[in-house]
Design a binder for this molecule. Sequence first.
Ligand SMILES: C[S@@+](CC[C@H](N)C(=O)[O-])C[C@H]1O[C@@H](n2cnc3c(N)ncnc32)[C@H](O)[C@@H]1O
Ligand code: SF4
Ligand code: SF4
Length: 455
Amino acid sequence: MTSKFFRRTFRNLIFRKRPYFAHLALTHRCNLRCRFCHVTERRFEELDTAGMKRVVDALDKTGVAVVSISGGGEPLLRDDFDEIIDYAAGRGLYVKLTSNGTMARAKYERLLRSRVDEIGISLDGVKGHDLPFSHVGSPILATLKYLNDHLPAGKRLTVNATISETNREEVEEILAYCEEHYPKARVWLNPVVVGEGALRTNGARKCRPDYLTTAKSETRLRAEFYNSGAEQQYREERFDWGCLAGDLFFDVKPNGDYWLCQDQPSATPLNVLEPEFAAKRAMVSKEQRRRCEGCLYSCYYLVQKCFEPRNWRDIGRMWWQVNTAPGGPEREAAKRYGPWGAVACLLWRGAFGWAAQPAPRAVALLMLAAGLSNGQAAARVENQYTAPGAKRWEIVEAEGPGPIMPLLKAEEESGRPGVDAETYGVRRRWGGTGGTAVVPGEAAGVLERSTLEFD
Ligand SMILES: C[S@@+](CC[C@H](N)C(=O)[O-])C[C@H]1O[C@@H](n2cnc3c(N)ncnc32)[C@H](O)[C@@H]1O
Ligand code: SF4
Ligand code: SF4
């Protein structure tokens, strides 16, 4: 990650509508025909390598920090994918690429050698060859194993699992498999987006999102605000999340055409290679996004919500999950010595690099001895979606020497459309190692401590 990336990220924390992220589709061609994806139905002329580099220059001029080579077909079908990645990385942009994992091994070798920051591989099941979508198959599993085993330090590997009503029962299996075979990969679960929209599937039902809160895995990424967005989107016909398509993020098609997002073309046709693109982009109408029935594409939703201060705690937690490994020194220090152990570990790692492993424990021990760490036990409490309007909080992990002080998140569901669910933190002493808290969804007003009942 470059200083430009950090500067631009910091800038967006203050000016939230500035362009931060762009999808760059290198092609709309694909070797697969996944049942939920309509990308291949729209064909575009493809710019050559020099043209793509000029697109990258123009994107950089708009001020984006991240270029994600996704949102189109299979990018590795183009032979110049690594040249374009290296060019964008050379301009100081954070570059992510998403592939379906079915290309020849030589392509993934080249991808690992490139300057890509993050590799996403789509996987929707771990058994069979065409179940439930075409994303399943042994070549993808083998590609992921190869990437996991050869991932250089500093690069990230993400598994993108798109979940619909057809494969939602397989979520636990997918997670367990990834955890066992790809410990370096972080798994992100995406509910399939259905309804009107250029690239969506319109022949499927919305997917009940309860698996987002119940599925557990050490390598799975989770964000409470995303989970509650998914629940809201499931309940509402029109999900208005205040989308900033065209301002904070946008899409670029293989011919350089500018779209607000992958589903919504620009009302006024505009191409990134036109003179004065940056100025023209700021002027185009964003009317479609107001008419759009909403989406839960994680690439857009997550990025936009990250900049809202109320979600920063969640983002901090996700950062921890992405940057520390299950069983790694930071997580061990956090388990044994509490948050101060984790902080010491991270400081140490920041100061002396990732290689130093035993030292953080010594630092954490010293801090513990100095009384800076309270040595308390930790409890992980999760809410589970049971039915619309009802939630259950469950202590899923409890360990450590001292009294447990779980932070219970009680979420009031107002039931009024358009009003965001609010989250309240309730601290409560807990002496055992398990139990559940049942919170009625219909509770009016702020939930009181007394409404949390323990078994
Ligand atoms: C459009 S593909 C492009 C990259 C590559 N071909 C792949 O499949 O990874 C990017 C991601 O979008 C997801 N996707 C496609 N259609 C979707 C939909 N209707 N809702 C949610 N995600 C979708 C795919 O599962 C994939 O993870
Ligand atoms: S999701 Fe990816 S692999 Fe599947 S058809 Fe669409 S572009 Fe191709
Ligand atoms: S809600 Fe925004 S990002 Fe999602 S499809 Fe509509 S315009 Fe695009």
